[in-house]
Design a protein around this ligand. Structure first.
Ligand code: NAG
Ligand code: NAG
Ligand code: NAG
Ligand code: NAG
Ligand code: NAG
Ligand code: NAG
Ligand code: NAG
Ligand code: NAG
Ligand code: NAG
Ligand code: NAG
Ligand code: NAG
Ligand code: NAG
Length: 590
């Protein structure tokens, strides 16, 4: 009870702070046009990319804690389109998150205006298209949430900040890739790694000797874990997905698909040019890419050997992940210390173990989670729930723990075990605390992303998870993340598991694997038992939300499946309120 009481106090503080801040929180307006256009990141044959306002990558969203973001997205592609905001905590706003299958896409030729608030957040994130494998063609860009001026940041202001979007890249069209997955084939090795949309050796950054810079790095790629390093320079980690970290120094850092972090480095070496090297890890074929770090005023080409990272060292990766910790005394988005919320004393009421496995559905290879291969519903789940449309999704289709045949703890990996295909949703109690254990017995690194929310990543290890594993949890200064990795078993012949403890008190978004495989990905978790929330305050109401104003919907805190899956009721209503359910189905499938 003590912790529960403390939690209430903490929440009350947050609320008053947010309330007082909200009156003055500025609005930032963006007007984006999404088109196809030629891009040529590798310098070979131009390929079709997705541009936002003519740019690849798309424009940056640069804002400050509590800013209101109003982003009008005009879809000029000949097909439906949707953008998702990786890491933005859509508090009581989950219908703005923009993910596949769960809300209405923006139809071709039409527009939709996202309304979000970077409420009580700082940090480095990114946005990307969530439908139809569009991400493989572009449409992504950086999101930067700066601290408010009066909130102390635990390091001196850097001379400048650079966005570094790294990601694997295919020179095949996204449609060809999507067709492969639909056919049940694995994706081939990527063709290259891009840095800010440019192929090897094509991006450059200029610094002045003696100054310190911040790099905000996000892995915007489809699947590859990427290792980042700067030749002859170490980097200091300062922020991970909105948490100020203990400032450890690293020679190189692993950034898994969907993850973001910030580092500082000082240009304190002899004035010349250096390689920024990004290489894939835990893949059959190592891909390398470089950008140029040029000291202003220096001449001459970049030179010298690149340090070779060990591409298959799981222990290196694990130890590095475990070394990332919260600086408990530093401020986060608020002036009080990040360590003032004692997540370690939470009594967890439920443990959910999610294990992925491969199997067959209708004769095609599919992945499943706890034996269920998720099927996208024609009707958005939140909408189905709001209008009480039965038969769209199935509650309790997914067990809290995998059957032994799917868990990978048996001999073999459970690869041949049968999968059910369902639009499955898990339910959960409002304001309950759950522990989620991700088990990866597949051959590839899996990234799991929790949409619109983040969790404390309390543990990570090889081998089987058991209740004993809890003794190894970090219950003091773990970081909260929205995306967590599970290294594959292939590289060390063992299973890798990540234990997580998170609180699902706020509405939860979609939980899904970030790395695409043949169809499917994981199940829905329905984290709020249909309880209507309070009506929004007057200042939260705006003309785009007429319905919400009159009749607050039961926000479902749901988690759907597909990577990045998330259920958004409200957006659906904006699009579809005046339409019949048949229209709706058309909108979604069309
Ligand atoms: C957790 O549960 C234990 C045993 O039921 C109880 O003694 C303790 O007070 C609880 N802690 C919190 C923070 O509720
Ligand atoms: C579409 O864009 C226009 C301005 O170009 C704007 O007035 C309108 O509200 C937008 N519609 C939606 C649904 O966002
Ligand atoms: C943590 O943050 C505090 C407050 O800003 C700072 O003084 C301290 O150096 C930081 N500690 C580490 C280990 O990064
Ligand atoms: C695509 O990438 C492959 C390497 O994987 C390369 O051989 C091929 O030339 C590239 N094609 C184009 C059009 O750039
Ligand atoms: C560095 O990149 C900029 C664009 O970001 C480009 O205009 C410039 O030509 C590049 N410089 C070199 C030396 O490659
Ligand atoms: C980077 O860190 C390593 C290990 O701490 C150290 O050996 C090396 O000298 C450092 N390099 C630079 C350029 O500071
Ligand atoms: C990687 O190599 C293994 C063993 O050679 C093979 O089974 C697997 O299919 C390969 N994966 C990819 C993505 O090529
Ligand atoms: C990538 O770099 C590593 C380490 O320097 C090297 O071993 C590997 O051969 C390189 N791979 C390619 C494809 O260039
Ligand atoms: C890479 O790491 C693996 C696993 O730790 C180890 O077995 C191997 O010897 C390392 N290779 C090199 C070149 O250091
Ligand atoms: C499950 O797969 C079977 C076989 O392909 C198919 O007939 C059935 O319609 C699928 N069910 C769902 C809910 O998609
Ligand atoms: C929703 O539909 C079910 C039957 O499908 C019914 O039992 C239930 O009462 C309905 N709930 C509401 C709020 O209309
Ligand atoms: C795993 O295989 C070993 C040896 O083949 C066997 O003794 C054991 O019973 C198997 N375990 C399970 C859980 O199937």
């Amino acid at each position: 009870m003590a912790a529960a009481a403390a939690r209430v106090v903490a929440l009350a503080c947050v609320l008053s702070l947010v309330l007082s801040a909200q009156a003055e929180a500025p609005y930032r307006f963006f007007d984006w046009e999404v088109t196809y256009g030629d891009i040529n990141p590798l310098g070979g044959v131009p390929q079709q990319g997705i541009l936002i306002n003519g740019q690849f990558p798309g424009p940056e969203v640069d804002c400050q804690t509590n800013d209101n973001l109003v982003i009008n997205v005009r879809n000029r592609l000949p097909e439906p389109f949707l953008l998702s905001w990786n890491g933005i905590q859509q508090r009581k706003n989950s219908w703005q998150d923009g993910v596949s299958g769960t809300n209405c896409p923006i139809p071709p030729g039409q527009n939709y205006t996202y309304h979000m608030q970077a409420k009580d957040q700082i940090g480095s994130f990114f946005y990307f298209p969530s439908l139809a494998f569009h991400k493989a063609a572009g449409g992504f860009g950086a999101i930067r949430i700066n601290s408010r001026p009066r909130i102390p940041v635990p390091f001196p202001p850097p001379a400048d900040e650079f966005t570094v979007l790294i990601g694997d890249w295919y020179n095949t069209t996204h449609k060809a890739l999507q067709a492969m997955l639909d056919d049940g084939k694995l994706l081939p090795s990527p063709d290259a790694i891009l840095i800010n949309g440019k192929g090897p050796g094509r991006a450059n950054f200029t610094v002045e000797q003696g100054k310190t810079y911040r790099l905000r790095i996000s892995n915007v790629g489809l699947r590859s874990t990427l290792n980042f390093m700067i030749q002859d320079h170490n980097v200091t980690l300062v922020e991970v997905e909105g948490t100020h970290t203990v400032q450890n120094t690293y020679t190189s850092l692993d950034v898994h698909a969907g993850q973001s972090l910030s580092v500082l480095f000082t240009a304190d070496r002899p004035a010349r040019s250096y390689h920024i090297a990004v290489s894939s890890r835990f893949t059959n074929q190592t891909l390398n890419s470089t950008a140029v770090l040029r000291y202003a005023g220096s001449t001459g080409p970049v030179s010298g050997p690149l340090r070779a990272g060990n591409q298959s060292d799981v222990d290196f990766s694990l130890n590095q992940a475990r070394s990332i910790r919260t600086n408990l005394t530093a401020s986060g988005p608020r002036p009080n210390p990040q360590g003032s919320y004692h997540y370690g004393s939470i009594n967890v009421s439920r443990t959910i173990r999610l294990a992925n496995s491969a199997g067959q559905v209708g004769g095609k290879p599919r992945y499943g989670v706890n034996g269920v291969s998720y099927v996208d519903a024609d009707t958005p789940l939140k909408l189905a729930d709001y209008y009480n449309i039965s038969g769209v999704f199935r509650m309790d289709g997914i067990p809290d723990a995998p059957a032994a045949t799917h868990s990978g703890t048996q001999n073999g990996t459970g690869a041949d075990a049968a999968l059910k295909n369902q639009t499955a949703v898990m339910d959960s109690d409002h304001r309950s605390f759950v522990e989620v254990v991700f088990e990866n017995s597949e051959d590839s690194v899996q990234s799991w992303h929790l949409d619109g929310y983040s969790v404390f990543v309390v543990g990570m290890d090889k081998g089987a998870w058991s209740e004993e594993s809890r003794k190894g949890y970090n219950l003091v200064d773990a970081v909260t993340r929205c995306t967590v990795e599970g290294v594959s078993k292939r590289v060390d012949g063992d299973l890798h598991r990540a234990g997580q403890r998170g609180d699902v008190e706020r509405e939860v978004g979609g939980l899904g694997a970030q790395v695409p495989g043949p169809a499917v990905l994981p199940p829905g978790v329905h984290a709020d038992a249909l309880r209507p929330r309070r009506a929004p305050r007057a200042d939260q109401r705006d003309p785009l939300r007429p319905r919400y104003q009159q009749e607050p919907p039961a926000i479902l805190s749901v988690v759907s499946s597909r990577w990045q899956g998330k259920i958004q009721l409200y957006q659906s209503i904006v699009w579809c309120a005046s339409r019949t359910v048949e229209d709706l189905v058309w909108l979604v499938t069309g």
